[in-house]
Design a protein around this ligand. Structure first.
Ligand SMILES: [Zn+2]
Ligand SMILES: [Zn+2]
Length: 218
């Protein structure tokens, strides 16, 4: 799988362009802005976007979705539990950044836990990882032994759970059951900041150590 990371938008979101070498089909994960750069990268790599997929609907990950949808005609995929979050993106972008991103884009296909997102000869398994938002998903590339965790798990940290729809207990449970159940060598590619591995986070992430969760939640 071709994996290209672009840091986009005012809150430095990791947007991932994932491509199939054999067929040139690609998906774009979390196009949070800089759509011109995303399109230029796709052209340089000779890739055709067949799907736009969001790990969740927070506005920083959403800011380029509509423009990319219009430029490529690719369908936009989101988990249905994040539709209420999607409905608040305009309000949040105005409150946080003073910008108006316009009305949110239409969701063309709803993601389901356990489904495979296919493009060319590649596929990502959808895992529902609520907590940062109700419909947050992580996307697992078993062939490439990597997982795209959105804002659920970061290198040395976890996503915030104090935004509307957030839930600290659900977040930790999602990480334990859906992410730490993956093998240690799987690379973790988060929605912000550097990459890490499942093993590194299992050992050293301060939010995931025995006892830490209890203190943090109490
Ligand atoms: Zn977020
Ligand atoms: Zn984010």
């Amino acid at each position: 799988m071709i994996v290209e990371r672009l840091v986009v938008g005012p809150l430095q979101v990791n947007c991932y362009i994932l491509g199939c070498r054999a067929t040139g089909e690609a998906i774009v994960v979390d196009p949070g802005g800089h759509v011109g750069d995303i399109l230029a990268t796709l052209e340089r790599l000779d890739l055709q976007v067949v799907k736009i997929v969001n790990t969740h609907a927070h506005f920083d990950h959403m800011l380029g979705v509509r423009e990319l949808q219009e430029a490529t005609r690719a369908p936009f995929l989101l988990h249905p539990a994040d539709v209420p979050v999607l409905g608040r993106t305009q309000q949040h972008a105005q409150a946080w950044l003073g910008i108006d991103p316009g009305t949110p884009p239409a969701v063309d296909e709803f993601l389901e836990a356990g489904q495979l997102i296919s493009f060319g000869e590649e596929a990502l398994e959808v895992r529902l990882t609520p907590g940062h938002s109700p419909g947050s998903v992580s996307l697992v590339d078993h062939k490439g032994r990597r997982v795209f965790t959105g804002d659920t798990l970061f290198a040395g940290s976890v996503g915030r759970s104090d935004l509307p729809g957030g839930d600290a207990r659900a977040l930790l449970q999602s990480i334990q059951t859906q992410l730490l159940s993956l093998p240690d060598d799987y690379e973790v590619l988060p929605g912000h900041g550097p990459a890490t591995t499942i093993g590194e986070e299992r050992l050293h992430n301060p939010f995931l150590q025995a006892g830490a969760a209890f203190q943090w939640l109490s």
